[in-house]
Design a binder for this molecule. Structure first.
Ligand SMILES: Nc1ncnc2c1ncn2[C@@H]1O[C@H](COP(=O)(O)OP(=O)(O)OP(=O)(O)O)[C@@H](O)[C@H]1O
Length: 302
């Protein structure tokens, strides 16, 4: 069931059209990614969903509410991640959570929340003394303090080192597993591919596609490449005759076979039948990067 519905959203800043007819739905219980390059219109889109900006066109429903008209009620159902700079340096972690709890009728138990996010021993620590990853965890805690049904996390792992980024990803999965729908804004391909159940690709204010990461990849490319080094004589015509194969090339001692269907199986079966052993066998498939390039005509990051 859809918990967020966005239909034909348009948002302009003066003459600049930042969001240009974007439509998508977010299903309850999923991690839904909004992926696109800098300036694509991702933040503007989620700010409209959060009720922070008025759309110039289109309609939005979040858990049945109109984000502008029903702002007060929306606050109890939609948790928004705070930007790091919005907390005073000297506030202690526990004080911040206590303060934010007081904004809600029925807040979560913040001590339990800190424990769950691995910050149980940081309640008395000043915010400025936390590492980047810990600050991000505090921002997730603040997004969850009102026991929302949906949490919006914007550029959550920007500036984190790879380990902290991975830790944050597992936290986001935990949040989803606890029953909260997550909307994740990102310009990291790997993050989108690893975390999101479904993704909206946004480019130049327009929606390019909405699908699962695997679905996006399979849409643009069902071609695979098999590379190997035959350890004995091999007649390349045997490979070219296979219905799965579209191209066979020889690069020095290596053979590169391109095609579709179950290409790896077709190639290894014909080699086995001809008693040729394939050394250094590798199978390569298109990834989300390739999908993004094929769908938009350019790479996600230049
Ligand atoms: N307050 C504003 N006034 C004028 N133009 C704006 C404003 N906010 C955003 N824009 C412009 O609207 C477009 C979309 O910006 P937005 O921040 O939504 O994109 P984004 O995909 O979130 O990018 P980023 O990852 O860089 O935040 C950009 O061209 C941006 O320069």
């Amino acid at each position: 069931m859809a918990i967020i519905e966005v239909v034909d959203l348009v948002k302009r800043y003066d003459r600049k059209v930042a969001v240009d007819g974007v439509s998508f739905t977010v299903d309850e219980g999923e991690i839904f990614g909004i992926l696109g390059p800098n300036g694509a219109g991702k933040t503007t889109t989620v700010e409209c969903v959060e009720g922070l900006r008025s759309p110039d066109g289109g309609t939005i429903r979040v858990d049945g509410l109109d984000p502008r008209r029903d702002r007060a009620e929306l606050r109890t159902r939609l948790g928004v991640q705070l930007q790091q700079s919005e907390l005073p340096d000297r506030i202690r972690v526990g004080e911040a959570l206590d303060l934010y709890s007081s904004f809600y009728r029925d807040p979560a138990d913040w001590r339990e929340l800190l424990d769950r996010l691995g910050l149980g021993d940081r309640a008395r620590t000043e915010y400025r003394r936390l590492s980047g990853g810990q600050k991000q965890r505090v921002s997730i805690a603040l997004a969850l303090i009102g026991k929302p049904r949906v949490a919006v996390l914007d550029e959550l792992t920007t500036g984190l080192d790879p380990q902290a980024r991975r830790d944050t990803w597992s936290l986001v999965e935990q949040v989803r597993d606890s029953g909260v729908t997550v909307v994740l804004v990102t310009h990291f391909m790997e993050e989108a591919e690893r975390l999101c159940d479904r993704l909206a690709l946004i480019d130049g204010g327009r929606l390019v596609a909405v699908d699962s990461p695997a679905g996006l990849v399979s849409r643009v490319n069902d071609e695979q490449t098999v590379r190997f080094r035959p350890t004995g004589p091999l007649d390349l015509e045997l490979l070219r005759e296979l219905p799965e194969v579209s191209r066979v090339e020889q690069h020095g001692s290596r053979v590169v076979v391109t095609g579709g269907g179950n290409l790896p199986h077709a190639v290894t079966a014909i080699l086995a039948r001809n008693h040729v052993v394939a050394a250094d066998l590798r199978v390569e498939q298109a990834d989300l990067d390739d999908a993004f390039i094929r769908l938009t005509g350019h790479a996600l990051t230049e």
